[in-house]
Structure formats: structure tokens, C-alpha cells
Design a protein around this ligand. Sequence first.
Ligand code: FES
Ligand code: FES
Length: 181
Amino acid sequence: MEVNGATHTLLLDNRCTLLDVLRERLGLTGAKKGCDHGQCGACTVLLDGRRVVSCLLLAVGLDGSRVVTVEGLADGGTLHPLQEAFLAEDAFQCGFCTPGQLCSAVGALAEIREGRPGLATGEDGPVPSPAEIRERMSGNLCRCGAYPAIVRAVVGAAPAVAARAEAAALTPPSAPTGEAG
Ligand code: FES
Ligand code: FES
């Protein structure tokens, strides 16, 4: 499995979830265990570019998959535009939901760019409007109630995220590095 650009060869109990492998085996504790039942979104990561709740996925079924966690969103020392926007909007209080919110926002904005409609999509098609973001990220709960700032951050970062995705599409992918686990 490739995680944040590094290849990991793992021998696993077939009951291990992706979340437990990330946290307990690979030391990537950004994704959080909130409910462990697929209901809070705190464990959200990107799997082959799509957002998933990692507490509901068995890791043995992900052989050869590409996973990106919150630790992999920044580009070296440069924060992802959504991370910058969360800081600028003060879009957290305790921060427990934040890694999941960030990964979910990356996935939600990608879905909008691809034109995938959601329940709040109007006649103009999917756009990163507050209503669209609220609906698409309704599976990510924030116990502190930072929702207004989270929505502002995601809507505000959408153009920069789109530009980053466009630039990445023009750059040839680099080979995965490392071997661990
Ligand atoms: S911990 Fe996975 S959805 Fe809550
Ligand atoms: S900032 Fe505390 S749960 Fe979201």
C-alpha cells in the first residue's frame, strides 16, 4: 500500500481497519478515531483520490491502493491551501475533527470540479457554494461547532485548491519512495 507517497509492505491480521493500520502500525495519528462506526468522519482519508471513512475499511482489501492522510496534504514545507484557509478562518477549536474535515474537503472539492452532483446541487451544476459544502461535508461532525468557519475556509480555498490540482495534473507523477512497516 502506498501512504503519503511511501510504499509500505505489511503483514496484517485480516480484521485490521485502515484507520488502525495508519495509527498503530504506521504512526500516522492525524486521522482520528471518533465513533469507529462510520458516523462522525473524524477518520476520513483519501483512498485513490476519493474520501473514505477509514474506520470502516479492512486494510487487507487495499493491497496496491494509494492513501493520503492529513499528514500528506502539505507539499514539503508548504501547507495545502485548505490548511492555510483553516488557519486564516480559525476553523477549529479542539481540532479533533480537523484532519477529517481537511481530507473530506479535498475530496468534496474534487467531486465538485468533476461535476458530480450532490443533494444541494442547483441548476447551475455543482459549485463550491456554502450550501453545497455544508451538504457534501455533512458526514463530518464537529463537536465544537466550528461549522461556519469551516464552510468559509472551504469555499474560500476552492480556487487555490483547483489551481493546485491543475498544476499537479500537468506534473508527471514521481515514483513512490521508501519501504517500511
Ligand atoms: S471514526 Fe470513522 S467515522 Fe467516526
Ligand atoms: S474543532 Fe472540536 S470537534 Fe471540531
